[in-house]
Design a protein around this ligand. Structure first.
Ligand SMILES: *Cc1c(COP(=O)(O)O)cnc(C)c1O
Length: 378
């Protein structure tokens, strides 16, 4: 079945008592037993809940994994995945990953003896050279945030396989509609479902999708042990949002491409980062591993001509806000907002400047969004 069919039909538990077409919410902390050892598959909502199970089946089908865990946030999913490791283990990751992931890897897990190397993962040889005796995991984010750099999934996952490392791909930016990391041999896919999977900016959530049964068993144990599973209400909202993933991604992409082309031709813009532009330096790789370009773009504003604040204040349809992947357009300043936790050194190393602006392009009419930007940029 195609992804759009799966996103509408997978994991939807129609309720036979009243013939509802959608999955009900089961807001219960606990489930009664019919007798000792006899229940209907659920005992306590941290461990399992039918509404959450429905969402997990849906997301697992979209990514092509053997199963999934729905978590309270994207960071909860990432915390659970890194908890597969133990003190003394080493992880290779990018120097331009999501700011919150960077913070977790830089400031929290090292306290428990897990070591991280942050490097430019576009350089496959640098990844190869970073593998050490104690390396256990490679953490990939592609396209990266906010500069839309692309990591070669096939090449980097091959390094993981040669060295028996767990390969993890954060697929939040493209969603399974535009990129399927399991097709390149990834072991685990993670999501912040807060973003495109839910798509309506009304919930935070995450997901871990497993590429094999062994990882699924270990991952499910950790999600329950750490207590990071998603509430039934939130799971229900995400299940509702995911049904329109395909049409939304098409609309995000069409608008993002139109805006990227407009910005590239504007005199007050120095540079545009968008995988759909021919000027993107990794065009061949993009064609090889991505089914589309997504709805995120960034650009360098010529702040000698227009200040960032001027731009933000004169926009009508772009909210000045962090986050991404919702139907409404958002704009923000990575240096002072989404990526501030990286600190100046980390920001410079990843290529983010005081002039970098990130846009999450919504599904409004492209002509209105472009007119809005044109007015604010002039
Ligand atoms: C937002 C985001 C996260 C974290 O997800 P939360 O739901 O905010 O906890 C992780 N990775 C990427 C790429 C993100 O955009």
């Amino acid at each position: 079945m195609g992804l759009r069919t799966n996103s509408v039909h997978k994991g939807v538990y129609k309720d036979g008592s009243y013939n509802s077409v959608t999955t009900p919410i089961y807001p219960t902390s606990t489930f009664y037993f019919d007798g000792l050892g006899k229940n209907k598959g659920y005992d306590y909502t941290r461990s399992g809940n039918p509404t959450r199970t429905a969402l997990e089946e849906n997301i697992a089908a979209l990514e092509g994994g053997v199963g999934a865990s729905a978590t309270a946030t994207g960071m909860a999913a990432i915390t659970a995945v890194v908890s597969l490791l133990k003190a003394g283990d080493h992880v290779i990751t990018g120097d331009d990953i999501y700011g919150g992931t960077y913070r977790l890897f830089d400031q929290v897990f090292p306290k428990f003896g897990i070591e991280f190397s942050f490097l430019n993962m576009r350089d496959v040889n640098a990844v190869k050279a970073a593998v050490k005796e104690n390396t256990k995991m490679i953490w990939i984010e592609t396209p990266s945030n906010p500069l839309l750099n692309i990591v070669d999934l096939e090449a980097v996952i091959a390094i993981a396989k040669e060295n028996k490392l767990i390969s993890v791909v954060d697929n939040t930016f493209l969603s399974p509609y535009f990129q399927k990391p399991f097709e390149f041999g990834a072991d685990i896919v993670v999501h912040s479902t807060t973003k495109y999977i839910n798509g309506h900016s009304d919930v935070v959530g995450g997901a871990i999708v497993y590429g094999n049964k062994d990882l699924e068993e270990r991952g499910r144990f950790l999600v329950n042990a750490l207590g990071v599973s998603e509430s039934p209400f939130d799971a229900w909202l995400v299940l509702r949002g995911v049904k329109t993933l395909g049409p939304r991604m098409e609309a995000h992409q069409a608008n993002a491409l139109a805006i990227a082309e407009f910005l590239e031709g504007h005199k007050n813009v120095k540079k545009v980062y968008y995988p759909g532009l021919k000027s993107h330096p990794q065009h061949d790789l993009i064609k090889k591993q991505m089914k589309g370009f997504g709805g995120m773009l960034s650009f360098e504003l010529d702040t000698e001509k227009v200040s960032c604040d001027h731009l933000f204040h004169h926009l009508e349809y772009f909210c000045l806000a962090e986050s991404l992947g919702g139907v409404e357009s958002l704009i923000e300043h990575p240096w002072l907002m989404s990526h501030a936790s990286m600190g100046e050194k980390g920001l410079r190393a990843s290529g983010i400047t005081e002039e970098t602006i990130r846009v999450s392009v919504g599904i409004e009419d492209a002509k209105d969004l472009i007119a809005d930007l044109e007015k604010a940029l002039n």
